[in-house]
Design a protein around this ligand. Sequence first.
Ligand code: 28F
Length: 642
Amino acid sequence: MEKFEHEYNAEQIQVLEGLEAVRKRPGMYIGSVSIRGLHHLVYEIVDNCVDEALAGYCTQINIKIEPGNIICVEDNGRGIPVDIHPKTKISAAETVYTKLHAGGKFGGDSGYKVSGGLHGVGASVVNALSEWTEVTIQRDGGIFEMKFNRGKTVESLKRIGDSNKTGTKVRFLADGTIFETLDYNFDTLEERFREIAFLTKGLKIIIEDLRVEPNKKSEFHFEGGVNSFVEYLNKNKEKINAKPIYIEKDGEVPTEIAIQYTTAYSENILTFVNNINTIEGGTHLEGFKRGLTKAFNDYARSHNILKEKDSNLQGEDIREGITAVVSVKVREPQFEGQTKTKLGNSNVAGIVSTLVNDALSTFLEENPSVAKAILEKCISASRAREAARKARELVRRKSALESTTLPGKLADCSSKNAEECEIYIVEGDSAGGSAKQGRDRKFQAILPLWGKMLNVEKSRADKIYNNEKLQPVILAVGAGIGNDFDITKIRYGKVIIMADADVDGAHIRTLLLTFFFRYMRPLIENGNVYLAQPPLYKLSKKGMQDIYCYTDEDLDKAFKDLAEKGIARDSVAIQRYKGLGEMNPEQLWDTTMNPESRILIQVKLEDAQKADETFTMLMGDEIGPRRQFIEENAKYVRNLDI
Ligand code: 28F
């Protein structure tokens, strides 16, 4: 015992305390202990492989989800160094896995670490939050192995054999006492790895799900880098320039950009800093926009496409129909904004802007027919914008004269205090009727939607103002759209989308979220948009209070609870709700609208962005992806009549 205590030197105790802190407050290091936090563990490990790829030594990463939710990640890089660290007297590899921020400390001066998750805290955090971790390293002619339990070393690094290969393999089982769930979502991981593969040209990433029969496997490998990314985003769209315009530069801020114009009217610019999707934009996006606007205006002037009397094209005109991916690597990124996904480093704006302006100017000079086609579109966008402004002014003047500007179908609430007011946007008249009767009219307004779905994808702002389906939404929310949107004018603190849990419902949700994302984005950023969650089932039995279940898991749990009380499954009547319209006003209130008992899902910016992508796909000209959407959403489908 005496001896044992002696072997613990001060530094090691420090190490243990460090990882204890991670277990005490996991949220501080990985954001949350929900499925997002769980996925974050995988990203942290894969990030280390990506760093090794960026350093030029790793060409392939294999990720497996093994039965029992064990994660196995393997790369063919140099292998984590195995030599003994002079200060800690333990191997470099063990230090990386047991010392908090070890990666950052080593990387700080050498500039080794450039990729990195939202928190960039690395392997030791994964180790701390795993029931067990085992690391296998091939390097220096040998195979080495070490093992940990909940962050504590069980077996220090030891050589277990010979090998002439190099690489690192990590297997871990996340700690079930810390995470809410260990059930990884293959699709989520797959999507992130596809993104990483796009952003890391030449890197091959293979992900397999071995929990299911047959196993799932996806392989991503894009020699085109961000070019391939843009082609992927535009796969269902009609292109103006057949091949994306590609801009690449190493240097102080390594930058990779691809640009492709489509005949659509929306702009779709994805930006990344160190492989992290910066949904809130920032200085790299500003620089990109500035360079783009300048290059096109200068070209149009010098080629007399813009005459002396014409005013410059505005940025938004030049971005109509653009799809672009902007990826920068920044050494010490400062992230700002509500979700810490906005790049703050001010020097980046100038660097990116100069690069884009120079490279694009050269491209346009060398490709006059592409330049002409894009500029024609910009000019027509500029004319449409002018027309829309006039139309808007007309509407404004008209509405100032008319006393009522609220849509006829709106059943408004009596309170005028926006903060407490809610509007339910409901598809279908019958559900709208129940909602109107069931609501608390003091603070709940109901807007039933009707009419034809507008293809926002193919419409400019002036059409959206006049669309019969969306106009009532714009008028009811009361804060305008696009650049005119003024969040201080919103008439309701909560804008709640209430739709059926079927394909049509998914459609209308996607449409509205896309619309909010494109034309009322601050509403989403400010957290004002919600999805109502109606129940899927009702269980009833004489003498028993009705039980509502919102998911299939809820249903399973309800049956289990009933069984414990000695109530048999077949003595209970199950009603499956096919749609909101099947509920009477009172049921709708109890299950979906009563603030005391309802479930509301707050829409996050990334949910809306996802909806926007889905929408583009649904509205695309190809039938395949649309059918796939319907098939994948088939689990929601109960009354699909196709
Ligand atoms: C499956 C997870 O973690 N791969 C890694 C390397 C390679 C090096 C490294 C990692 C240097 C001393 C801190 C090798 N040779 N896959 C991985 N591959 N870390 S992690 O170095 C880490 C720093 O400790 C590496 C030369 N330089 C770096």
